[in-house]
Write a protein that binds this ligand. Structure first.
Ligand code: P6P
Length: 337
């Protein structure tokens, strides 16, 4: 196929963007690529295997774990530990951060935070789900086990971030701070091929993604924004449309391609919002800013938030810059009484 560039070739080629690169990040990204292929294979045959159905245990979020959650968590941890670039991993499926104790891992300079399978309630209804990952340089000394501070860094310190979307086709989308690139998996070749180079989100869009079932519990500013979308007839655009899949990765990916905004505000049941700052919001915020969009908690830039605990939540507004700015205006104009 003329001009086909595989993810592997792209990772090595882009290593040149980092003059001091030792190849460690390239190798780390390759281990994520491998785990994505393994998880993708299981997801695509989940309907056939006995893998469907909750496994009976609950994770730290108190959510019933689907078997595929556990499977994805184990496969990504194993792939990351097998290479010598990662000293530890934090995961939505792990109560505490996991330190890799092999000496070679303790000499590693990166930590990874991940949601191994986001949207897990969508697994057994054949709706797109995804893996989200976030990579930092450790702040603790090389040669020692990682400490909590390695995982509680503000999002603007990320070295790389990305997601895998297991949808009608499987894609891996990532950034190392030099733009966003998307790779589509070709199962007949077993390779990810560059399909979306230098992805940029349109500055404005007409898609808004929010769970309107929570409407009465939203902050007033969010209610006002939803009404603005429903009553506003944009002159130079199609009318607004509501699209909500229930998988952050799928809603985010569609909005990245077409323009739009995803909103998960604080609600009465989730006063801090539902989404996790470290392994859902920060990586998506890095990606959207690299693609020319914005990510906010309603008042502040997500990437500037200083984390205090591994599984902390935050309200999350992410997508086209004009749309995120509009929501922030409404939240400022109508602060919750
Ligand atoms: P709700 C999935 O559990 C998730 O973390 C995101 O992927 C998704 O956008 C959101 O929660 C769905 O939450 O409350 O609307 O079901």
């Amino acid at each position: 196929m003329s001009g086909m560039r595989t993810l592997g070739e792209f990772i090595v080629e882009k290593q040149a963007d980092f003059p001091h690169a030792s190849g460690d990040l390239s190798s780390l990204l390759s281990s994520i690529r491998l785990a994505a292929k393994i998880v993708n294979r299981e997801i695509n045959k989940a309907g056939l295997a006995d893998i469907i159905g909750a496994v009976g245990t609950d994770n730290v979020q108190g959510e019933a774990q689907q078997k595929l959650d556990l499977y994805a968590n184990e496969k990504f941890k194993a792939a990351l530990e097998a290479r010598d670039q990662v000293c530890g991993v934090a995961s939505e499926e792990e109560d505490e951060a996991v330190a890799f104790n092999k000496a070679l891992n303790q000499d590693a300079k990166y930590v990874v935070l991940m949601d191994p399978l986001d949207g897990s309630s969508n697994i057994d209804v054949n709706v797109a789900i995804g893996t989200i990952f976030s990579i930092y340089r450790r702040v603790s000394p090389i040669g020692t086990p990682p400490v909590e501070a390695d995982f509680l860094q503000p999002g603007h310190k990320q070295v790389a971030a990305g997601y895998v979307i297991y949808g009608s086709s499987t894609m891996l989308v990532y950034t190392t701070g030099h733009g966003v690139n998307g790779f589509t998996y070709d199962p007949s070749l077993g390779t990810f091929c560059l399909s979306h180079e230098n992805m940029m989100i349109p500055k404005k869009g007409t898609i808004y993604s929010i769970n309107e079932g929570n409407y009465i519990r939203f902050p007033l500013g969010v209610k006002k924004y939803i009404k603005y979308c429903q009553e506003n007839e944009p002159q130079d655009q199609r009318p607004y449309t509501s699209r909500y899949i229930g998988s952050l990765v799928a809603d985010f990916h569609r909005n990245l391609l077409k323009g739009g905004i995803y909103l998960y505000p604080s609600t009465l049941s989730h006063p801090e919002g539902k989404l996790r700052l470290l392994y859902e919001c920060n990586p998506m915020a890095f990606l959207i800013e690299q693609a020319g969009g914005l990510a906010s908690d309603g008042q502040r830039r997500i990437l500037d938030l200083v984390p205090t605990e591994l599984h902390q939540r935050t309200p999350f507004f992410v997508g086209s810059s004009e749309m995120v700015n509009k929501v922030e205006e409404y939240l400022e104009t109508y602060p919750d009484q």
